[in-house]
Design a protein around this ligand. Structure first.
Ligand code: F0G
Length: 458
């Protein structure tokens, strides 16, 4: 058998990408105040800012769009998607929302009270923000392996069961439910093992607490289980996904990831304990229960996407793509979070810029250099995103300086990845020319989205 794993699709509709010169990119980055969030997407050659809602839909999905029933109440498209989700998750109550954070807001508003604590392997930013907004503490309990970028471990997304048990014993009354995020995006797109899901659910259930899963990337997680966990190699990935869901009492999903659509999300629940409050909240915040925040055509595209996202040849290619870029980076001496995750590669900027002071934001600097050198857009996960300027003018910094390259689904081919690998290897050779930045204007919260920067050596 040939060793090359090909993209398991052919291209039916194309969208040109815009090649720019270095001089143009310098001008555009300057106009964007050295912040790639402020670039126009048109001026980006390879856009790896996020894998969320950015993928290509299939011809079957575009066909399904025409079947959308846009009735306000009781639309056919709702019942079609409801059946797909019930069959997949084994849970009866399906509540559509317009995206993942809306699902979080609606569920948490119904299920949490001020002063509660919600443990998770790692909360995603919006999950944490939605909990904290309600006065709930969001606690990250990922295993110690999950916090060591260079350490290779098959399931770095696992939750630390001993710490979870201690929390349940000590503070059980404050816990409305426990959570697991599959895969663990904040920790590098790392999977959670079935054994860990099972043990986490048993532990929570022993203490009378439900398990809610954040299932944005459930299909990638299921494929990792098939490839890495003893006993699963011969099981269809759909069955593995069903087994994962069998341990949960509910889930929130951003369908913009493994749902293979550009917009959409949902809540699914096993029993009715929060159902009435969730439906009431939904009507106020999102829409009538048979469409939530989605158009009928979006419901149709998702019904098809949930099936396509579980196809094994697609998933094998998907996980292999990230691994392939990791191998190329390894060969160039560029460090990254190991092993590569499902949806992204997280470059360790310190391995490219070991001498740049953290006050010059090395991951931000590398992100800018990637754009200048190759027109590639990633996202800084370092001291601009997670550091803070204090009132006395001093700064706190993040423990890691990472650049996340997140891959839209079914969008880029192997030559795009080869090109990116070459650009990154060249940057490593030219690291002495990469310029650090200072922040000249920033808002109080979430500064990375809108801050203005200048070159420190300007
Ligand atoms: N949960 C996880 C694990 C996520 O990664 C995201 C989004 C959400 C919830 C929220 O979903 O965007 O549909 O409201 N992650 C994107 C990213 C934005 O770039 O990682 P949403």
């Amino acid at each position: 058998m040939p060793k090359t794993l090909i993209e398991p699709f052919r291209i039916k509709s194309v969208e040109p990408i815009h090649v720019t010169t270095r001089a143009e990119r310098e001008q555009m980055l300057q106009a964007a105040s050295l912040n790639v969030f402020k670039l126009r997407a048109e001026d980006v050659l390879i856009d790896w800012l996020t894998d969320s809602g950015t993928g290509a839909m299939s011809s079957r999905q575009w066909g399904a769009i025409m079947e959308g029933d846009e009735s306000y109440a009781g639309a056919r498209s709702f019942y079609r998607l409801e059946k797909v989700i019930q069959d997949l998750t084994g849970m009866p109550h399906f509540i559509p929302t317009h995206q993942g954070r809306a699902a979080e807001k609606v569920l948490f508003t119904a299920a949490c009270r001020q002063g509660d604590v919600v443990p998770n392997n790692c909360h995603f930013d919006t999950t944490r923000a939605n909990l904290e907004y309600l006065g709930v503490q969001a606690l990250d309990l990922v295993v110690a392996e999950g916090l060591q970028p260079q350490l290779v471990h098959p399931f770095k997304g696992n939750i630390d069961l001993a710490r979870l048990e201690a929390l349940l014993q000590h503070d059980g009354a404050r816990i409305p439910f426990g959570m697991l995020t599959v895969t663990n995006n904040t920790g590098g797109g790392q999977p959670v093992a079935m054994a860990n899901i099972r043990a986490c659910a048993e532990l929570l259930h022993r203490h009378g607490k439900p398990l809610i899963m954040d299932i944005c990337r459930f299909a990638e997680n299921a494929m990792f289980i098939k490839m890495r966990e003893p006993g699963y190699a011969d099981k269809p990935v759909r069955e593995i996904a069903r087994e994962m869901f069998s341990h949960a009492d509910g889930a929130t999903m951003s369908a913009k990831k493994d749902g293979m659509v550009n917009i959409g999300g949902f809540i699914v629940l096993r029993d009715a304990r929060w159902l009435e409050a969730v439906r009431n909240g939904l009507i106020m915040m999102e829409g009538f229960p048979t469409y939530g925040g989605m158009a009928g055509r979006d419901l149709e595209a998702l019904a098809v996407g949930l099936e396509e996202g579980l196809q094994e040849d697609y998933l094998r290619y998907r996980l292999r793509t990230a691994e392939y870029l990791g191998e190329r980076l390894d060969a160039a001496g560029v460090g990254f979070v190991r092993p590569t995750g499902g949806h992204a590669v997280y470059i360790d900027a310190r391995t490219v810029l070991p001498d740049m002071p953290v006050a010059h934001y090395p991951a931000w600097a590398l992100c800018n250099a990637l754009y200048l050198e190759g027109g590639i857009r990633g996202v800084e996960i370092g001291s601009v995103m997670f550091g803070k300027r204090l009132d006395d003018g001093t700064e706190t910094y993040h423990a890691m300086e990472l650049v996340r390259l997140a891959f839209p689904r079914r969008m880029y081919t192997q030559s795009h990845f080869d090109f990116a690998a070459e650009v990154i290897a060249e940057l490593k050779d030219k690291a002495a020319d990469i310029r650090g930045v200072r922040i000249v204007k920033q808002p109080k919260y979430l500064r990375h989205f809108t801050c203005d920067c200048e070159w420190v050596d300007a």
